[in-house]
Every structure is written in C-alpha cells, then in structure tokens.
Design a protein around this ligand. Structure first.
Ligand code: ZN
Length: 119
C-alpha cells in the first residue's frame, strides 16, 4: 500500500503545487489591443495558449481592426455597389421625373381646354 502511494506521488513530480493552484483558477488570459481605421481600440482577451487572430471587428464601429495601430486594415469596399445603386436610382428618378412632367403638361393642356371652353 505505502509503495503504491509513493509511485503515484512520483508521477506527479512534473506538476508541482503551483500547477495544482492554477487549475483551480480561471485559465490565464491575455488582452490584445486591436486598432480600427477610426482609431478605436478593442481589447478582447484570449486564452494564453489560444491563437490570436490577425484581425478583430471593432467593438465600437464594426470596422476590421488590426494589431498595428499605425496601419489598420482597410474597411471592406462597398463603393462600386453603392455607385451602381445610385446609378439605378438616378435612372429611375429621371423616368419618374419625366412621367410627372408629362402628367403636368397634360394637366395644363386640359386646364387650357377647360378655360377656352368657359370663355
Ligand atoms: Zn472602430
């Protein structure tokens, strides 16, 4: 019996009293600073042994944030889509504007006819 106990103790030589204490607490974490293009700082925490991602979404504006404060990652470019949408809107507006103008012209003609009849 005593011999068995010492064998178990021997297998635990690598994990000392310090290791036992760490297990009882929360896993050690590290905070990493990410910077977005707006200069916002996001500080998510990661487990020390976890792989830290290269980018993180800014907690304030949602832009991608990087580890390098001086060269934050560019936000996703949506300008081409917006431009196309604006182009479509413009065309639609022009058509609508012309329709409204046509209607107005017809209405004016009708008014003139009515006035002539009255005279
Ligand atoms: Zn931001």
């Amino acid at each position: 019996m005593a011999g068995g106990g010492s064998a178990i103790r021997g297998s635990r030589v690598g994990a000392g009293p310090m290791g036992e204490a760490d297990r009882g607490e929360a896993a050690p974490r590290t905070r990493v600073s990410y910077w977005c293009k707006h200069g916002h700082e996001s500080k998510p925490s990661f487990a020390v042994d976890a792989e830290v991602p290269a980018e993180w979404d800014c907690v304030r504006c949602g832009y991608p944030a990087g580890l390098d404060k001086d060269s934050p990652p560019e936000p996703p470019i949506v300008v081409p889509y917006k431009t196309h949408l604006a182009y479509v809107k413009e065309r639609r507006t022009d058509k609508e504007a012309k329709a409204i103008l046509d209607e107005a012209l017809v209405a004016r003609k009708e008014e003139r006819k009515r006035r002539r009849r009255r005279r």
